[in-house]
Design a binder for this molecule. Structure first.
Ligand SMILES: NC(=O)c1ccc[n+]([C@@H]2O[C@H](COP(=O)([O-])OP(=O)(O)OC[C@H]3O[C@@H](n4cnc5c(N)ncnc54)[C@H](O)[C@@H]3O)[C@@H](O)[C@H]2O)c1
Length: 383
């Protein structure tokens, strides 16, 4: 079987997402499977070109995985004729100018979210990508999680009847960094460095709501910086200037109300780190990263409010587990395979820069809603 190499610049590959999810669990995993099988029988073979700021770190990653191509010179990497795709997993602030350079170099672009720091920049990148005729995409990994795939299947199968509401609970305790090291990078907690949970999570909530339920029509958010000081990777205390919790209400097309709490200052009393409860006239579901449980109207119990007595029912036992019915691969890898097919075979790929720009817009308007203390309608973007 013939093997067709495709050069992919991976920028930000020393970071959490760039290394683990995109290099190791996606592109190298595709290679371990012998490449991506195409319709004509050839196998597309990702050739990663690692790009970053530290020669030592890049060389170490390359050596660990038997790779030979790495550089700290992005311009030179983008000038290579064997490179077809630029991928960006840098800190968000560095993204826009690197993507712009990739578009100017005529490369297809795939990127982590958020696409840019503000809506104007995201819209501009979308226009530039379209004008250059390149293929473009934004990571929307949550859509490919088993739990959310099952939820989508329930929506598509008409399980819920009319959907009334979506309640999302996301978060976990991120250590302050003093007596236990923090499990997230410190830039996440500094507004000036592009941090904040709204900028981080609202783009995810945007595509989850839009693509599983309905487009988002308005946002109302209250944000907080619950932990005002943290300790960074060097052991130095810094002021946390960005929001570490956001309490959002989103009105959807068709009238359903979504309410999503996002927090890095909450302890988990849930089965998974994110869970969505969906209530509809005909049934309800609770979906996490992997599992999804349902309760049909026909098996809905009739609890009676009486705080004088201990609870008589085990409510969690009244739900039924949705079966897998298919094999779920890593969500980042699945989306990479789709983007590679989009580039190479022109296969459909709806998660483009326009979708990414709408996610950035929701974050921006969420922050404005919090600052102004009001509900904000989401205007449609002129793209
Ligand atoms: N899809 C998801 O679920 C998900 C989850 C977490 C983060 N992200 C996104 O991925 C991107 C990277 O996040 P991460 O958590 O991997 O961050 P990280 O701090 O672990 O990695 C950041 C990368 O950017 C590089 N970088 C380039 N210029 C930099 C600069 N001036 N300062 C600091 N680092 C610089 C770093 O070297 C590193 O390779 C962010 O845009 C974030 O929004 C996505």
């Amino acid at each position: 079987m013939s093997r067709l190499p495709i050069g992919i610049v991976l920028n930000g590959v020393t970071g959490r997402m760039g290394y683990r999810q995109h290099l190791v669990r996606s592109l190298l995993a595709i290679r371990e499977e012998g490449g991506l099988p195409l319709a004509d029988g050839t196998r597309l073979w990702p050739e990663p070109i690692l790009v970053g700021r530290s020669e030592i770190k890049l060389a170490e990653i390359a050596q660990r995985h038997g790779l030979t191509e790495w550089t700290t010179d992005l311009t030179a990497a983008l000038a290579r004729p064997d490179v077809q795709i630029y991928f960006d997993a840098q800190v968000t602030q560095q993204r826009e100018k690197a993507i712009r350079a990739a578009i100017e170099a005529g490369k297809h672009v795939y990127t982590e979210k958020p696409l840019a720091e503000d809506t104007a920049a995201a819209v501009d990148l979308c226009r530039a990508a379209r004008a250059a005729g390149i293929k473009h995409g934004v990571v929307q990994d949550k859509l490919f999680l088993p739990g959310l795939r099952k939820l989508k299947r329930l929506v598509d199968g008409g399980f819920f009847g009319r959907i009334l509401s979506v309640r999302g609970e996301f978060g976990y305790w991120v250590f302050e960094g003093d007596w236990q090291t923090a499990q997230r990078p410190s830039w996440n907690y500094r507004a000036a460095d592009g941090g904040g949970i709204v900028v981080d999570m609202f783009p995810h909530w945007h595509y989850v709501l839009e693509q599983i339920f309905a487009p988002v029509r308005s946002v109302q958010a209250t944000i907080a910086t619950h932990i005002p000081a943290r300790v960074d990777e060097q052991g130095l205390e810094y002021e946390a200037t960005a929001d570490d919790a956001a309490y959002g209400v989103f009105e959807l097309d068709g009238g359903a109300i979504a309410q999503i709490n996002s927090s890095w200052a909450v302890r988990v009393y849930r089965d998974e780190l994110v869970e969505f409860q969906v209530d509809g006239t005909h049934g309800s579901a609770v979906a996490g990263l992997r599992e999804c449980r349902i309760q049909h109207r026909g098996s809905t119990p009739k609890p009676v409010w009486n705080p004088d007595l201990p609870a008589t029912e085990r409510f969690r036992d009244q739900w039924q587990l949705v079966p897998d019915n298919e094999v779920y691969d890593n969500g980042f890898k699945v989306q990479w395979e789709m983007f590679l097919r989009h580039v190479h075979e022109n296969a459909a790929f709806p998660w483009d820069f326009a979708a990414g720009a709408r996610g950035v817009q929701l974050a921006e308007l969420g922050l404005r809603s919090a600052a102004e203390g009001r509900r904000i309608e989401i205007p449609s973007l002129e793209l």
